[in-house]
Write a protein that binds this ligand. Sequence first.
Ligand code: IPM
Ligand code: MG
Length: 351
Amino acid sequence: MKLNIALLAGDGIGPEVVDQAVKVCDAIAKKYNHEISWKPALTGAAAIDAVGEPYPDETHEICASSDAVLFGAIGHPRFDNDPSAKVRPEQGLLKMRQKLGLFANVRPTFTFPSLIDKSPLKRDRIEGTDLIILRELTGGVYFGERGRKDDNNTAFDTMTYQRFEIERLAKKGFEMAMKRSKKLCCVDKANVLESSRLWRETVQSMEKDFPEVEVSYEFVDATAMRLIQWPKGYDVIITANLFGDILTDEASVISGSMGLMPSSSVGSKVSLYEPIHGSYPQAAGKDIANPLATVLSAAMLFEDLDLTKEAEEIRRVVNKSLAEGMVTEDLAEGGTSYKTSEVGNWLAKNI
Ligand code: IPM
Ligand code: MG
């Protein structure tokens, strides 16, 4: 297969981890006879520095005309403590999600046999966890009306949802549940928020179309607790943008490291693959960041193109690297650790 993949390395550790995923994908392409043409493009703080804009039109053109987008991370500390900054790297990410129509963010949570004891949670609670949080990504409070009033002394952000936005996300959730253990949990705050009541009403009205799926409804505060108490109780969770942002960081604790968790963002056109971790500026340029979340995101990319063998091969070498201790310092527990680039080279060689 011929593949055009847009390559958005972004900020911080983004370029280093993306480099390793490229090595792995190139090794897969060689082994399985594919031809990958990488299309690098600017995004985030790197793009602000170069052209004054975190998601330039040229980058959008490249993404929109590719078969998939592989993305590193976005964010730079020089913007974090400057509330007056007019352009922020994160705006690039939001603009990209919106312009590419990436309304569903798929964030799986699973455990790695060799890493169970890395998690701060007890083994019997987490072993065998296999759940997916499907986060709405182009609506809600991230994109609602916001502003200041009363002479700048009042600030507001609005959580707005339209029925069709909930429906298309929920439909993906139902379909995903059908392929898995047929359990769907809608997470909201319907005891307080009107937008959540629309979520519940909409999902309830869709239940009849998927009679085999067992649907449950939970308030997000309760889910925050149950998710780490008994993650095995969940299969597919659907939730709004902000709730999903928070719950997916929490869920990464189950796997033992944020450095391991991949994601995909899908919509009507091209899909995007990225690690759920951020730009980790403290580690940028040091060749110490864990590349596995990005490598596993590339596995999701192959999977979505129905290249299942290729995806499985990537997961196989990742598991092998973990089992054999070919890991970066975050997973080494004081033992021998390897550089980001060494882990990437090892993975590519083992494919
Ligand atoms: C994420 C991140 C982003 C978000 C930030 C960087 C804007 O936290 O992808 O989860 O809040 O969506
Ligand atoms: Mg987040």
